[in-house]
Write a protein that binds this ligand. Structure first.
Ligand code: URA
Length: 208
């Protein structure tokens, strides 16, 4: 799975250990999601295109580089809202394209219910964010939705992923890079990631 990029960093490993802990309180959980996303975003944007610009410093005129890629961050509702601020800290002028999926507790499948993209979405690189990459079903539906709407360049950032989901996704979208900080052991019968961290949305929004 050449499209799967495992981000290894001691700071991320340390923060992940606290994030997974059942005793971690919601306020600290939110802070950790924010910090880990920030560190991952830094790595996932490594290949963004730059353009040369003229800059006048207090000392002289010089050439410098600015981003030439226009970004659209696509948080998958609702857990990914906990990752959004960290993206804005790094790329304040990114646009946001919301993608709404809700887990059907009977089927354990995510169902699409809402989308709101910026008007120029076709000209933007999409970075889909979702803290958990479980069966890959939501990820496949989200990429399909964006592709059907003319978005060509797409990346995915997920803090924790299950091998089953990564495999399923990569067979369909080998051209979409998935950045993750951990490839966990497996999915359980309820499609929760093992060891995982439980329901990310519930832990971010304290709705357990
Ligand atoms: N979504 C979650 O929030 N947690 C999982 O383990 C799987 C999907």
């Amino acid at each position: 799975m050449k499209n799967v990029k495992l981000i290894n960093h001691p700071l991320i490993e340390h923060k992940l250990a606290i994030l997974r802990d059942i005793k971690t309180e919601p306020f600290q959980f939110r802070m950790l999601i924010d910090e880990i996303s920030y560190l991952m975003m830094f790595e996932a944007t490594r290949d963004l295109a730059l353009r040369e610009v003229d800059v006048t410093t207090p000392v002289t005129k010089t050439k410098a580089k600015k981003l030439s890629t226009k970004l659209m961050i696509c948080p998958i509702l609702r857990a990914a809202l906990g990752m959004l601020d960290s993206v804005f800290k790094l790329i304040p002028d990114a646009s946001v394209g919301f993608l709404g999926f809700q887990r059907n507790e009977k089927t354990a499948k995510a169902e699409f219910f809402y989308a709101k993209l910026p008007s120029d979405h076709k000209n933007r690189t999409a970075i889909i964010i979702d803290p958990m990459f479980a069966t890959g079903g939501t990820a496949i539906d989200a990429v399909k939705f964006l592709r059907d709407n003319g978005v060509k360049d797409i990346k995915f950032i997920s803090i924790i992923a299950a091998p089953e989901g990564l495999k399923r996704f990569s067979e369909i979208y080998p051209d979409v890079d998935v950045y993750t900080a951990s490839i966990d052991e497996k999915l359980n019968e309820q499609n929760y990631i093992v060891p995982g961290l439980g329901d990310a949305g519930d832990r971010v929004f304290n709705t357990i």
